[in-house]
Design a protein around this ligand. Structure first.
Ligand code: ATP
Length: 431
């Protein structure tokens, strides 16, 4: 983990937020490479679950909502962590994360457990007396329920169908930790899939398969993944069944995604609290009912971390350590580096011209400084799948070498075939 965190900072994947002010606990900034990686991941999720399916549509709702949303959803009353404080060092811990009866930091005595609501409050409005107190959403899904009727009537979707959303969520986590695994501001990728009550189990099972496949598609190692079913007594207030996909991080197993059967809890609650009927009318059968919901809820940051952990590799090549991020090419921040063998004799100009052409298709990087071996290594470290070397032969016959990051093998090919060759290997298009 230490090596990965150091690589992430050194290379511009992830920085501590507000670093020059000493940082702020639980918040992270994605640097130039991190933003590309996370964006590729979210795009692939959207491609898989929205673009490629005709039974799911998207939504991008506001982060701040009417405060009543969180009363109806049960978050005001129920979204509590049970916490204990250390009487000596005053540190606070989640009771369910403790391994013994003493403070894990100083061994001091702990207080009795108490409830702590982890929603972040904010005030909306310009004048002190009329401003309303509300919350930064702790999950993206509530707006999906609130907008359910507008979405299905405007898009003419019919149950069974789903609504997907990617966006920021906020939780005042008691102990943000393990790098970006547990943060206070993070991104979720959620789908609320609406179906008939009698089809809940069928859809739950179908979603288990779809979710698992996506993790394989983005390159996670299958033996580092597992399903974990929540015991009945540990279920959240809205769920009748929850199973998590967990990943084996260097610090242990951790949840990547929760799959929950929320029944008709949320639509019923919002109907009650808003006074607007959110039931669904099936015109083909003349039935009116409250649909059930199967919810796959994933974290974009946790998935990014899993992808980085899975991809990180060190090996020895010619007596030297090689760090390589074996990212799936469709997730790599930079798809191809264009490197002139030397700067002189017109090779730099030729390589720059090539790079200008290729950058229209995908993210490229031009680098002419240092020995070619060093430049290859720099690209390996950030997961660039292809390095294109422009050499003397390129001037003569328009061919270049293409080096593969993982095998380090090189093939020679005409420059005008590069866009198709690399584009195909870096695309998230599935056959
Ligand atoms: P945990 O038990 O780890 O606190 P949770 O069960 O509360 O997680 P959910 O409410 O099911 O999490 O949220 C769905 C997904 O959102 C999680 O699987 C995770 O990927 C992501 N997520 C939740 N909380 C955080 C957080 N504090 N930081 C980063 N990602 C998070």
């Amino acid at each position: 983990m230490k090596d990965l965190v150091s690589l992430c900072t050194r290379k511009g994947f992830i920085f501590q937020s507000s670093g020059i002010y000493g940082g702020i606990n639980g918040c992270w900034d994605f640097g130039p490479l991190g933003v590309e990686l996370k964006r590729n991941l979210k795009d692939d999720w959207w491609y898989t679950f929205v673009q490629m399916r005709d039974d799911i549509v998207g939504l991008d709702a506001s982060i701040i909502t009417h405060p009543e949303v969180w009363v109806a959803s049960g978050h005001v009353a129920e979204f509590h962590d049970i916490v204990v404080d250390c009487k000596e060092c005053k540190h606070r811990f989640r009771a369910d994360h403790l391994e013994g009866p003493k403070c894990p930091d100083c061994g001091g005595e702990l207080t009795e457990p108490k409830q702590f609501n982890s929603m972040l409050r904010t005030r909306l409005g310009v004048s002190e007396d009329t401003a309303v107190e509300t919350y930064l959403r702790p999950e993206t899904c509530q707006s999906i329920f609130v907008d359910f009727k507008e979405v299905y009537s405007s898009s003419r979707m019919q149950v069974p169908f789903g609504i997907a959303q990617i966006g920021k969520s906020f939780r005042n986590e008691v102990n943000p930790r393990n790098f970006i695994f547990r943060s206070r501001e993070f991104e979720q990728m959620e789908i609320e899939f609406f179906c008939k009550a009698e089809d809940e189990t069928k859809w739950f099972e179908a979603w288990k398969i779809a979710i698992w496949q996506w993790y394989l598609d983005i390159g996670l190692t299958e033996s580092k993944m597992r399903w974990l079913a929540h015991p009945k007594e540990a279920l959240a207030h809205y769920s009748s069944r929850t199973e998590d996909v967990e990943y084996e991080f260097p610090f242990g197993w951790g949840e990547l995604q929760g799959l929950a059967n929320r029944g008709c809890f949320d639509l019923t609650q919002h109907s009650k609290h808003s006074g607007k009927d959110l039931s669904y009318f099936d015109a083909t059968t003349n039935e009116r009912y409250m649909p059930s919901v199967i919810e796959p809820s994933a974290g974009a940051d946790r998935t990014t971390l899993a992808v980085l952990c899975d991809a990180y590799d060190e090996e020895e090549v010619d007596g030297e350590k090689r760090i390589v991020l074996r990212l799936d090419p469709k997730l790599s921040p930079i798809k191809a580096a264009i490197l002139p063998l030397v700067k002189k004799d017109g090779l730099a100009e030729l390589a720059q011209g090539l790079e200008l052409k290729l950058r229209r298709k995908f993210n490229t990087f031009y680098d002419q400084s240092g020995a070619i071996g060093r430049r290859y290594r720099r690209m390996d470290e950030i997961g660039t799948p292809f390095c294109i070397c422009v050499d003397y032969e390129s001037k003569e016959n328009g061919t270049v070498t293409v080096r593969d990051r993982d095998s380090m093998e090189q093939v020679r090919m005409p420059m005008d075939e590069l866009a198709a060759y690399i584009g195909k290997r870096c695309s998230h298009e599935r056959d």
